[in-house]
Write a protein that binds this ligand. Structure first.
Ligand code: ADP
Ligand code: MG
Length: 380
């Protein structure tokens, strides 16, 4: 296996904010970048050499992207396997289609995790209104119902409270999620949410990052900090799980593992993402090597960068809701907060719940960094 050196072209399936920030890191290393995305004004388009506007199932366009690329990677899981395979005829695709096959369907992913001995919460596959009713009845307490495919940032998900007065019946939950296969999960009492990033290159080398501590509101990530201030034993367990997962799934590139820490100290795997991830945006400020540069190094089979923490850092997401208050938001006030930087994705239409950008900040401690990004956001 030989390294793909700067000057070569990287193709990215997906031109959202993750593709954009990966492209910026690639450019700074001297690569050319092209992306494929259904949205002609996707965030990456402003920073890449070319942008293919095509739907995810357009295998011909994916093949064209790959023909002009030395390696192809992705920033989203919902790419049809046929599209990935069309690209793989013309350039190495990292991570490979088999990784997507496992992760892009929540049911298959959970079954794979359980079958391979990884700890997961109680779940049931749901393929009909009747199975939905059975699942809701089985858990007795609150549960989450999630579409097997296509959901993100809490979309395609319902929380069912069977003991509440206005609880949804199996039939209405089945209809509300589009009458498609789902997974039902017992709602767990979470002590904390953490994630771990592991990078792996074709030559076999891998590195894992310090776990990030993540706070969600309405099932969307609100803020995240590196390093997670948790007992060393929990951090080690999380990193061990990450290393085993990246090997067992045979991932080339990045793998982020979202985990639930339960009150009894147990760690469960929530979900996997074989790409850069919102919970590691703070790696741009906290770590020697950002997740975006690491992604480029891993898929190009370059020596992996040092994942070590230089200084604690945090990020807070800026959703479209912020713009609905004042447009443009008062970024001048926010940037007066010490240690704060602004990262906008150049999305033209702010919608509630849509990720438009984030603030990052460094601090003496992760707690101080979190306090700074929250103060910046509150000042808008
Ligand atoms: P998404 O793909 O939208 O990120 P997740 O499965 O990660 O979907 O769910 C989003 C968030 O919802 C989680 O990070 C967590 O805060 C909450 N959540 C999801 N499933 C559960 C569960 N079984 N118990 C408790 N909280 C959950
Ligand atoms: Mg998630």
């Amino acid at each position: 296996m030989s390294a793909i050196l700067p000057g070569a072209t990287i193709g990215i399936l997906g031109g959202g904010q993750l593709g954009r920030m990966t492209a910026m890191a690639a450019r700074s290393l001297g690569y050319r970048v092209q992306v494929l995305d259904p949205d002609p004004s996707c965030p990456a388009r402003f920073v890449v050499d070319s942008c293919f506007s095509a739907s995810w199932d357009d295998a011909h366009s994916a093949a064209d992207l790959a023909r002009g690329s030395d390696v192809v990677t992705l920033e989203i899981e919902q790419i049809p396997i046929s599209t990935m395979e069309a690209a793989a005829h013309h350039a190495p695709v990292r991570p490979s289609p088999h990784v997507l096959e496992v992760v892009q369907d929540r049911v298959r992913q959970k079954k794979w995790l359980a079958a391979n001995g990884f700890p997961v919460g109680e779940f049931r596959e749901v393929c009909s209104a009747q199975e939905m009713a059975v699942a809701i009845a089985t858990f007795e307490s609150d549960c989450f119902i999630k579409s097997a495919r296509g959901g993100y940032d809490g979309r395609g998900q319902l929380r069912i409270r069977p003991n509440a007065k206005e609880s949804l019946s199996g039939d209405s939950a089945w209809k509300a999620l589009g009458e498609r296969p789902c997974v039902a999960e017992k709602a767990l009492a979470l002590e904390a949410e953490v994630s771990v990033l592991v990078a792996r290159r074709p030559s076999g080398e891998s590195v894992s990052y310090d776990p990030a501590l993540n706070h969600h509101e309405n099932q969307i990530l609100a803020w995240s900090a590196i390093p997670a201030e948790l007992p060393e034993s929990v951090k080690k367990l999380a990193q061990d799980l990450g290393r085993q997962l990246v090997e067992q799934l045979d991932v080339m590139g990045l793998l982020v593992i979202e985990m639930f820490l339960l009150e009894d100290g147990k760690l469960l795997v929530n979900e996997l993402a074989p790409r850069p991830h919102n919970t590691y945006h703070a790696s741009e400020r906290a770590c020697v090597t950002s997740q975006f540069e690491q992604c480029v190094r891993a898929v190009c089979d370059l020596p992996l960068g040092d994942p070590g923490v230089i200084r604690p850092a945090a990020i807070v997401n800026l959703l479209g809701d912020v713009w609905l208050g004042t447009d443009p938001p008062a970024f001048d006030r926010a940037l007066a907060v010490p240690g704060v930087r602004l990262h906008l994705y150049e999305k033209s239409i702010p919608r509630p719940g849509r990720k438009m950008g984030h603030f990052s900040a460094v601090g003496e401690t992760a707690k101080e960094a979190i306090e700074r990004v929250l103060r910046a956001k509150a000042s808008l």
